[in-house]
Structure formats: C-alpha cells, structure tokens
Design a protein around this ligand. Structure first.
Ligand SMILES: Nc1nc2c(ncn2[C@@H]2O[C@H](COP(=O)(O)OP(=O)(O)OP(=O)(O)O)[C@@H](O)[C@H]2O)c(=O)[nH]1
Ligand SMILES: [Mg+2]
Length: 467
C-alpha cells in the first residue's frame, strides 16, 4: 500500500534558523517565518529612529536587545516582509547581524525564548512548496542550485528553478487529461465506444504529445546526470608511478605529497575538477602492492573501496619502467571497469603504443608527463570523451530531470506505452482509463501533486538548515 498523498498545509508554528554558514563572516542572517515573526522582532528590535514603523519589505537600522535586561546584543539591519510576497508565503523576518556565530546564536536563543521553534533542514522551502509558491520541481532545483559545482550544473538548476520542467511535464499531463476525457465519455456511453475512441488519432496523439516528449526528457536526464552529479575517477597504479603527481598536474596545484619513495600516499585524497563543465571527483590512492606495512595496507584497502564506486579508472603505468608483471596483475584486477590507460613519465622513458595495444587490447590510452605537465589537456579531453561516450549534448538551457524525476518519467512512459498497446488491441475503455490514470499519477509525483509524505521528507532532508 502506498502512503497517503501529502495534502496538509504548513502548521501554524513560527520557525527560525541561522541562514548563513557557520564560522566568522561579513554578515550573518537569521530568518524567521510564521505568524509570530513580526511580534518577535518587535520585542527584540530597537530601531535607531524610534518613531519609524516597521514598514514591510524595507531594511531598518537599529539594535537587537535582550528583552529582559535591555542589553545590546548586536547592531543590525532588520527587515519584515509581510505575507504573501515572501519566500514561504508567510510573514518573514530577516535580521542581518555581524557575522559572529556567538552573536547569531545568542539572538536565535532569544527568538526561541519568544516562542519560535528551530527550523528543520529545508523547512522554509518546504513551506514555500506547501503554500503553493513553488512546485516540487522548483524545490528540488533549489537543492541543485545550492549543490551545483560547475557553471553548467548551475545553469541546469536555474532552468528548473524557473519552472521549465514543471511546464514541460504540465504539457504532457494536459495531453493525458484530454485523452482521459475522451475515454470517460466512452465509458459513459459504452454502446458508442467504437466511434468515440478513434484508435488512429489517439495513438498518434499518444506518440507525438506524450511518449516522444517523455523519451526526450529521460534521455536529457541521462545526458545531464554527468553535469549535475559529476563522475568519480580513481587514479590507480603501483607505487611510485606518479599518481599523486598526476593529481597535482590535473589540479594545477601541489595538493598531494610527492616523493621518490614508493608508498608515499597512504590515504585517499579527493578533489573536484571541472572538465568542460563536468564535475569530476579525482581520487588519488595509495599505490597497490603486496607486503605493505600496516598504515599503507589500510590505504590500499581504501583504494579498493573507492574503486568499487568509480565511474572511471585512470590506470597509471611508468614509461621509464615499461610494463611490469605488477601492472599486468593490477590490470586484471580492474578489468571490469571503464579504464583509461595513462602512460606517465614520457619525459624520461618511451613506451611504444604497439606495446600497450598488445598488452591491454583496445583500452584507450594517453601519454603524459605529470611533472612536466605534458599531455594533461589531451588526458582531460579523453576523460570527457569516455564519459560522454563521444555523444554531443549541450547543457545550454536544457530541461534536465534528476534521478527521482527520471524514474517517475520512466514509469509514466511505461504506462503510456501500455495505453497504446491496449488501444491497438481494442481493449475496453475501463482498462485504458487505468493505465492513463497511472501515467498521470506518476507525472503528479514529479510536480508534487500526488507525492507521498515519505518522499517529500526525503527531498527536504537534503537541504541545509535555514533554507
Ligand atoms: N621524470 C618524471 N618523474 C615523475 C613524473 N611523475 C612523477 N614523477 C616522479 O616519480 C616519483 C613518484 O611520484 P608520486 O607522484 O609520488 O608517485 P605515486 O604513484 O603517487 O607514489 P605512491 O604514492 O608512493 O604510490 C616522484 O619522484 C616524482 O617526482 C613524470 O612525469 N616524469
Ligand atoms: Mg602518491
């Protein structure tokens, strides 16, 4: 049994949170939302000009004071924003303080004493959704915006924040609704259903307005995934082949320690790189070898763990040593993964491409010198080509669903295909109606109309506090 759809509106509690990240900063902002936001501000805030009223949507300069002792806690700018022209559609207050965490906590403490509850992660955005200011695709776009790691992933989030996905899904739903209306008439007048249901027209409407656009959205989700979520590439190889040097060359900074002593790296080191708009999590690992001492052994185990979730392995060999037995064993160990062979140290050695071909078949291969920064651009190009499988896709202003939305779209597609099959085999109108409804429900899941509370909780739990 599925849980009941989320239909309740936000409760009448007033919530508060520190909206800026922890640690010292230029300013720190506290946010309050709910019917008590203004009364709470009035008890804490002394405007510099005592005559001035707290006009909505205007910044007011003054002091936050302890309501009992009247001791000044901070000099601030405060703004009251009357509902409904606010983020949550409730009354909102923001207090812009000096960015000291002690000050922020002290003010938040006073706000809670005056009756507000501490906001849970994402609770402000959840209220915006429950109060109908944004739909679920826009709420999810807010998380994507906060987590975006490249300009391209930011662009994707922004497109959905502006409601593009909601719009496209809305158009598909409209078509489904118009088909359902015809089917309902056929159900009401069963004796005329053959005339009412025009199989040719309906199947072509299904294909052009529903199945085609659903397939496009799913394929866009597959392409966009690498920009939104990025990929993980693990650098693997025996000790001393130059793994850490390669990490440093890709990052263009001395991030990892490099020495001529085999076994230098003992832990995994991770950094995110932007390769043509694609966030790539590069992981440097401890060189894998037998007979390592205890700390190194733990590092090697970590390398193996990272390998299991890697999208790509940058398998490093040392051109000055040639291909060794150790390299061959390692290659066998990773052979079920997508591998990019990286021949390093070409400034001091030379390994004929034919030799690599005969050892590693048609594994793609790039030759570099990590310390001389040679071949690094070619390596990045090769990583990009492997991940995108050479397909051209422009993240530009694409409307890209996330994984949750993609699986709902797939289910909607499956139901729509069932409708086509049922139409073609002249199934009864009642059966058509069931599959149409299920396609509609899956699309409703995407925009938040039929989404269950569990799923909503899962979505809003990904937010930070204060958003
Ligand atoms: N000539 C030359 N030396 C290199 C190159 N890349 C790395 N080295 C040297 O090789 C040695 C090992 O480099 P690292 O980057 O520490 O190798 P690693 O694979 O991370 O080694 P472990 O962490 O011990 O497994 C260092 O002395 C580097 O300066 C290169 O492209 N050319
Ligand atoms: Mg290393």
């Amino acid at each position: 049994m599925t849980a009941a759809p989320y239909t309740s509106v936000a409760e009448d509690t007033t919530i508060a949170a520190i909206a800026t990240p922890p640690g010292p900063g230029g300013i720190g902002i506290i946010r309050i939302s709910g019917s008590q936001a203004l009364p709470i501000l009035e008890q804490l805030f002394s405007p510099a000009h005592s005559s001035s009223q707290l006009i909505s949507h205007k910044l007011h300069y003054g002091w936050i004071k302890n309501p009992q002792s009247q001791a000044i806690i901070d000099e601030v700018l405060a703004v009251f924003m009357a509902a409904p022209r606010t983020y949550t559609r409730e009354d909102i207050v923001e207090i812009h303080c000096h960015g000291s965490y002690l000050v922020l906590e002290e003010i938040l403490d006073q706000i809670v004493k005056l009756g507000a509850s501490l906001a849970r992660p994402g609770e402000f955005t959840k209220r915006a959704f429950l109060n109908g200011r944004i739909d679920l695709t826009q709420a999810e776009a807010v998380i994507e915006l906060l987590q975006a790691q490249t300009k391209e992933s930011l662009g994707l989030a922004m497109t959905n924040l502006q409601g593009r996905l909601n719009e496209v899904v809305g158009e598909i739903r409209q078509s489904l609704l118009s088909l359902r209306a015809i089917i309902e008439v056929a159900i009401d007048f069963p004796e005329d259903d053959v005339e009412i249901i025009n199989v040719g027209n309906m199947t072509s409407q299904l294909q052009i307005e529903i199945i085609g656009p659903l397939e496009d959205l799913i394929s866009s989700a597959d392409h966009g995934k690498i920009y939104r979520e990025g990929i993980s590439a693990v650098i693997l190889g025996r000790p001393n082949v130059g793994k850490s040097s390669l990490l440093n060359a890709l990052l263009k900074e001395d991030r990892a320690i490099v020495t001529a002593i085999p076994g230098t790296t003992r832990d995994t080191i991770e950094e995110v790189l932007n390769i043509r708009g694609m966030p790539v999590r590069i992981v440097d690992t401890a060189g894998i070898r037998d007979h390592a001492e205890q700390v190194e052994e733990i590092g090697i185990e970590r390398a193996r763990q990272k390998l299991s979730s890697a999208d790509l392995v940058l398998f490093l060999i040392d051109a000055s040593d040639g291909i060794t037995e150790h390299d061959r064993n390692l290659y066998q160990y990773i052979s079920d993964k997508p591998i990019l062979l990286v021949v390093n140290k070409i400034d001091v050695g030379n390994l004929e491409p034919e030799q690599c071909f005969s050892e590693f078949g048609d594994t793609p291969c790039v030759a570099v010198s990590a310390t001389q920064h040679e071949g690094i651009a070619e390596l990045e190009k090769q990583i990009f080509t492997m991940v995108t499988k050479g397909e051209k896709w422009d993240p530009g202003h694409s409307c890209v669903p996330n994984l949750r939305q993609r699986s709902a779209l797939k289910r909607a597609l499956e139901s729509s295909i069932l409708v086509t099959t049922a139409l073609k085999s002249n199934m009864s109108a009642d059966l058509l109606a069931i599959d149409l409804q299920s396609a509609l429900d899956h699309l409703g899941d995407i925009i938040g109309e039929t989404t269950t509370e569990d799923v909503l909780d899962m979505i809003f739990d990904q937010f930070c506090i204060g958003k």
